[in-house]
Design a binder for this molecule. Structure first.
Ligand SMILES: Cc1cc2nc3c(=O)[nH]c(=O)nc-3n(C[C@H](O)[C@H](O)[C@H](O)COP(=O)(O)O)c2cc1C
Length: 260
């Protein structure tokens, strides 16, 4: 990934225990919309195996590690899963992403509510402060919540040592899925179909987030223009996933070379 030009890389979502994820098929290309529908459900090898892999990985680029709870974990114990991931992985990370926004883990998006995320923030920040490398801590948000929920969450971010936010994860808005003829399927939409929605949220968050916090933008970046749009809206860093699938690896250097 760093060889094709990315300035930083985020791995995950990693969960404490290995999990297969949702049954296949779980990834659909919506080619005419330059979008994807995915319901992978955090398929990953679990913290232990990934920790061993990271020990052998001599990385020369900025590394983010995205963490989340297992599907089998009851919702009132989600915070323990974030803590387990922190204990095993924080030492390898330049930043940690607290993922509360996958639509494919039941009840995960309820963690946008202030009352639910307070405990997660507390244990993650305490654990971060006990590490040597002190990775930055970012929270990754869904594009489908209401403004009041975002504002309450941002109040917590602004008044704590959380370093920033990532805007946004995929959308499972039913109206959007209906327009794309996939409302009968599970999963979240990424790519061009969420670009505007993701950018609108980016603008809103920029307005309400303290200036010193880090704003990472993702959603519908395919080329120099869509990258520049996010930078112009105040993004400090930009990520790309679906764009890589549709445009191929050469697009990364083009964007880095010609973007702002
Ligand atoms: C196949 C696929 C798997 C994804 N898995 C994760 C994940 O495990 N954790 C996460 O936070 N976001 C995940 N995402 C969301 C992306 O990181 C990104 O937030 C979203 O796709 C919007 O960006 P894009 O339009 O550039 O794809 C996934 C997206 C896709 C398409």
């Amino acid at each position: 990934m760093s060889n094709i030009g990315f300035g930083f890389i985020e791995i995950g979502t990693v969960t404490p225990k290995p999990q297969y994820g949702n049954p296949k098929p779980r990834l659909k290309r919506l080619v005419s919309h330059k979008s994807l529908l995915n319901s992978l459900g955090f398929n990953n090898d679990g913290v232990k195996k990934i920790q061993n892999r990271l020990k052998k990985f001599d990385h020369n680029c900025t590394l983010g590690i995205n963490i989340g709870p297992n599907k089998s974990t009851p919702v009132d114990k989600f915070y323990e899963d974030y803590l387990i991931c922190m204990r095993s992985l924080a030492e390898f990370a330049d930043y940690i992403t607290i993922n509360i926004s996958s639509p494919n883990t039941p009840e995960l998006r309820d963690m946008h509510k202030k009352a639910n995320i307070e405990k997660i923030i507390k244990v993650v920040l305490e654990e971060r402060d006990s590490t040597n490398n002190k990775p930055k801590i970012l929270i990754k948000l869904s594009p489908d919540e209401n403004n009041q929920t975002y504002l309450e969450l941002l109040e917590l971010v602004n008044s704590s040592n959380i370093d920033g936010v990532i805007i946004s994860n995929t959308s499972n808005n039913q109206k959007l899925k209906k327009e794309l003829n996939v409302d009968n399927l599970p999963g979240g939409i990424s790519g061009l179909a969420i670009k505007n929605k993701s950018n609108e949220l980016l603008k809103f968050i920029k307005k309400n987030l303290k200036e010193e916090k880090i704003l990472v933008a993702v959603g519908g970046v395919f080329d120099v223009d869509s990258y520049n749009e996010k930078i112009d809206m105040g993004a400090d860093l930009v990520q790309m996933y679906t764009g890589l699938v549709f445009e191929g690896p050469n697009q990364v250097r083009r964007i880095v070379k010609n973007g702002r």
